[in-house]
Design a protein around this ligand. Structure first.
Ligand code: GTP
Length: 596
């Protein structure tokens, strides 16, 4: 039996996690140079395009050490973005150690630190690795200093590599087998396996990725999920090679998959404990919690006829993304649709893109919202994440909104700009520290609502790309809220309403009116766009009338040309939504909140 090592790679976005993972796979001889293609672990198109890892993948790598011993190295891939931090935490709970990757030219960033903390919470061995040493801008000494000062890790322990050029890969592998301990746990104990991921296979149902902590699981066993008590019969177990490789059993210390005829991934909870039905463990493995959506938005088909097809697409999509929640919704302006909950704005954008690209849906998403709480004069508390259900203002006693702790790391010359941005976004209680000379860490308490639209983009702009950002949700705080309605041509468009802080209501209203003016094409009549709170108009813009006669240029009898033009115009309209007499482009609903 080869000796086992379970590890993850953690890093700030773009520091080269996927590239290093691919190198390790290549080194293990699972693929030859010819088959080797970039970013093997990131399977989805969008991931590849955006260069971010969304869904964890896992792989078992055979390795023969310099000492001649054979090892099975289980690389548990983690998603790299704050939206997916719970999945990161479950993946880490399945490991004994991590490679903490730091870009040799960028140095330590906000998510490097956040990831390190997560690894420390699980008492993992941390191996610091400086990647991209091939870059001309690499500054290994400075980055070592940051690792020493900001991460409090021993810079003597740092391993240098270039994942791209294949430099230092064996040093990385040797450090894994030497420094990370083999898993503890005993095959003779009752089964306890930690679920850290799941995906959907159309033929086999849910494929559950897990780390067996104690005990053994085999095909034929009846397993029980502790969170919901569901019992299933195991059909197959195995390990993740480049493809699934079935095995006779999975036992303590091993990482692999279980297939048990489970119909959808939403029946499988990440972080859950699997045990044997006939001999269960008493206590679940620590750390389980249900993931809750924090950002909400409604999805409508551009053409109402496509509602059944959208319903079908969402159902299929959901099979592979347990974190998405949705229910039926309807809007006077947009018809029938779905209210959806997401882990964060990135998650929302991914769902939007995948629905359009993979499921061929043409959709409108309404302005994203967080979840607000209102205490009413009836002593009732209502939770509202859809502006449509904003309570009667005369009944509201108090209102609360979710706050985050935002942590921003940047060179100190940008401190003023970052402070300004955070205060504009209603940041409170600023704190600073200087982890390394020349760099500051700025911590603010901020309303989640203020960061979900474009905070990250703005931060990148004001710090010329040097600022990095991480956040966690801390608590609900009292807030002075109002519902901003948008009227187009005198008609209230419910899908454009939003809940805002009163101090920023006018600013929002002006921005939305201006953006809509740009987004909505001219019509044959004048269109007024108004922002109103409780019937009081607080902002206004006007789109002047325009007679758009596209056929005017086709004089005389050129019928085909005329028809082609008209058809083209009709196609353009397909991406529009009629609201009363006004057509609003599909993009307008989300665009209204993005600052220039
Ligand atoms: P996320 O999936 O978003 O967390 O990103 P990642 O950390 O997986 O980064 P990825 O491997 O996608 O690499 C980001 C970029 O850095 C890519 O353009 C890589 O080609 C490049 N890169 C990775 N390793 C190296 C390296 O050793 N040297 C150089 N020069 N570039 C590298």
């Amino acid at each position: 039996m080869p000796s086992i090592r379970n590890f993850s790679i953690i890093a700030h976005i773009d520091h080269g996690k996927s590239t290093l993972a691919d190198r390790l796979i290549q080194h293990a001889g699972l693929v030859d140079e010819r088959q080797f293609h970039d970013q093997m672990l990131d399977t989805m198109d969008i991931e590849r395009e955006r260069g971010i890892t969304i869904k964890s993948n896992t792989i078992t790598l055979p390795y023969t050490g310099r000492n001649g011993e054979t090892y099975a190295l289980n690389l548990i891939d983690t998603p790299g973005h704050v939206d997916f931090s719970y999945e990161v935490s479950r993946a880490l709970a399945s490991c004994e150690g991590v490679l903490l990757l730091v870009d040799a030219s960028q140095g330590v960033e906000a998510q490097t630190i956040a990831n390190l903390y997560a690894a420390m919470e699980h008492d993992l061995v941390v191996i610091p690795v400086i990647n991209k040493i091939d870059l001309p801008s690499a500054d290994v000494d400075r980055v070592k200093e940051e690792i020493e000062n900001e991460l409090a890790l021993d810079s003597e322990q740092v391993i240098l590599c270039s994942a791209k050029e294949g430099i230092g890969i064996e040093d990385v592998l040797e450090a894994i087998v030497e420094r990370i301990p083999p898993p503890k746990g005993s095959p003779s104990e009752p089964l306890a396996a930690l679920v850290f991921d799941a995906h959907y296979d159309p033929f086999r149902g849910a494929v559950v990725a897990c780390r067996v902590v104690d005990g053994v699981v085999r095909p034929g066993d009846l397993i029980r999920f502790l969170s919901n008590g569901a019992v299933h019969k195991v059909e197959e177990v195995g390990i993740f090679g480049l493809k699934r490789e079935s095995r006779k059993s999975l036992s303590a210390g091993e990482v692999g998959y279980i297939i048990a005829g489970i119909k959808t991934v939403s029946d499988v909870n990440i972080g859950d404990t699997i045990t044997l039905d006939r001999m269960p463990v008493e206590k679940p493995l620590p750390g389980f919690r249900e993931v809750k959506p924090v950002v909400f938005s409604s999805i409508y088909p551009v053409s109402s006829d496509d509602y059944p097809s959208l319903a079908d697409a969402l159902e299929k999509y959901k099979l592979n993304d347990a974190a998405l929640v949705y229910q039926k919704d309807s809007s006077a302006a947009l018809g029938q649709g779905f209210r959806c909950g997401f882990l964060g704005l990135l998650h929302l954008e991914i769902v939007q893109e995948r629905l359009e690209r993979e499921y061929d849906q043409s959709i409108i998403m309404t302005v994203p919202s967080v979840q607000y709480r209102f205490k009413l004069d009836t002593a009732e508390t209502v939770i509202v994440e859809n502006p449509q259900y904003y309570p009667d203002p005369t009944r509201i006693v108090s209102a609360e909104e979710p706050f985050i702790r935002a942590s921003i790391l940047c060179p100190d010359r940008y401190m003023g700009a970052v402070m300004k941005l955070c205060s504009e976004r209603r940041g409170e209680n600023p704190r600073f520290s200087v982890p390394t000379p020349g760099r500051v860490e700025i911590v603010f308490d901020m309303p989640l609502a203020e960061v979900i639209f474009d905070f990250y983009d703005r931060l990148k702009t004001v710090t010329q790309g040097y600022g990095s950002f991480d956040y966690e949700i801390i608590e609900y705080r009292e807030s002075n809220l109002a519902k901003l309605d948008i009227l187009v041509n005198g008609e209230k468009v419910d899908a454009l309403s939003l809940i805002v802080h009163r101090d920023r209501a006018r600013e929002w209203a002006v921005q939305v009116c201006e953006r809509l003016k740009e987004e909505i094409p001219r019509h044959q009549f004048k269109i007024a766009i108004q922002g109103a709170i409780g019937g009081k108009i607080i902002a206004r813009s006007t789109i002047s009338a325009f007679r758009k006669d596209v056929t005017a240029k086709c004089y005389g009898g050129d019928i085909t040309r005329k028809r082609k033009l008209l058809e083209k115009q009709k196609k353009g309209k397909k991406r529009m939504k009629m609201v009363g007499a006004v057509s609003i482009p599909q993009s307008a609903f989300v665009a209204v909140l993005k600052a220039e």
